[in-house]
Design a protein around this ligand. Structure first.
Ligand SMILES: Nc1ncnc2c1ncn2[C@@H]1O[C@H](COP(=O)(O)OP(=O)(O)OP(=O)(O)O)[C@@H](O)[C@H]1O
Length: 297
């Protein structure tokens, strides 16, 4: 079967879940500089999670715990060593337009204008030109870039580029939005603005979102649930429900006691140094590296 096709023979009942991750593991082979046989490294082990339609799930964890690896598998860009992912009961076998991807580095086409970047997925879908223009205009307006349709990426700020990337991912109407550190490259103020815009867009479009971030605050502010990963190998330590009222962008939720409590709980889960040290003795990067990651969160 070609990459991106859905394997309908494997359709299965999915209760209420939009996405089901079952026993996902990933193993990489690492070359050795001295010419010895490459060693195997387990990046992810036994990841199980269910995500409801329209849910916003954030994934946090220390550097190297496998967040991007998991998102790549969800996107169908790489296959897991074992396990399966089903979306609406269909097994993922490759990339497809039911999933939109937004990455940290924008990944815009520099030779295309804002409009033509946003229209890219629609061209792949063979949407007629006039319809493409209407759809792209709708999403350009949704992300607040009215008037910038004919600019090139080089002429835009980091925040504007990320808005284009979001509009491009939404324009071909994917069911699921996969976001890997999308706001990591912008300044703190722009980051908060983009977080609010994402929540507003999510309200309007009802997409199911999986959002990888290093920032606990960002995860708690945005998500319904936060999956906390630990490292070596990457496993889900706990999935924490944020239980904060919505819409969050209309209130000062970051100052609430519930916000602080949830933030603290996740930080504690991540800072369980005993656990990190125990795991490090088996296989992993220097403990100091792992702990210093948390210091900057
Ligand atoms: N293609 C690859 N070959 C070998 N090892 C890899 C490969 N890709 C990732 N890894 C390793 O797998 C582990 C998980 O990497 P991954 O990029 O998924 O982590 P991450 O949690 O996203 O990290 P960060 O937060 O720093 O972006 C790391 O130890 C990384 O070095």
């Amino acid at each position: 079967m070609a990459a991106g096709q859905s394997d309908t023979s494997e359709r299965r009942e999915t209760d209420e879940s939009k996405i089901i991750l079952e026993n996902i593991s990933q193993v990489y082979r690492r070359k050795k500089s001295n010419g010895e046989v490459p060693s195997e490294f387990t990046a992810l082990s036994n990841i199980n999670m269910k995500v409801k339609k329209g849910e916003f799930v954030a994934i946090v964890g220390p550097s190297g715990c496998g967040k991007s690896t998991l998102l790549d598998i969800l996107a169908g860009l790489t296959r897991p060593a074992s396990g399966e992912i089903h979306i609406d009961g269909k097994k993922i076998t490759g990339p497809a337009l039911d999933r939109g991807i937004v990455l940290q580095g924008y990944a815009l086409f520099p030779w295309r204008t804002v409009r033509r970047n946003v229209e890219f997925g629609l061209e792949v879908k063979n949407v007629p030109k006039e319809e493409r223009k209407d759809i792209s205009q709708h999403f350009i307006r949704l992300v607040g870039l009215d008037g910038f349709e004919n600019r090139y990426p080089l002429e835009l700020s980091g925040g504007m580029k990320q808005r284009v990337a979001i509009a491009r991912a939404l324009a071909y109407d994917p069911e699921v939005l996969l976001m890997d550190e999308p706001f990591a490259a912008v300044d703190a103020q722009t980051r908060e603005t983009l977080q609010d815009e994402l929540l507003r867009i999510w309200d309007e479009t009802k997409k199911t979102i999986i959002f990888v971030t290093h920032s606990i605050d960002e995860a708690v502010y945005l998500a319904d649930r936060v999956a906390v990963l630990t490292t070596n190998p990457g496993t889900i330590r706990e999935i924490v429900a944020t239980n904060l009222p919505r819409p969050r962008y209309k209130s000062d939720i970051r100052s609430s006691a519930e916000f602080s409590w949830t933030r603290h709980k996740i930080k504690e889960l991540l800072q369980d140094k005993n656990d990190i040290i125990e795991r490090k003795q088996v296989n992993g990067p220097p403990v100091a590296d792992v702990i210093s990651t948390f210091a900057s969160i």
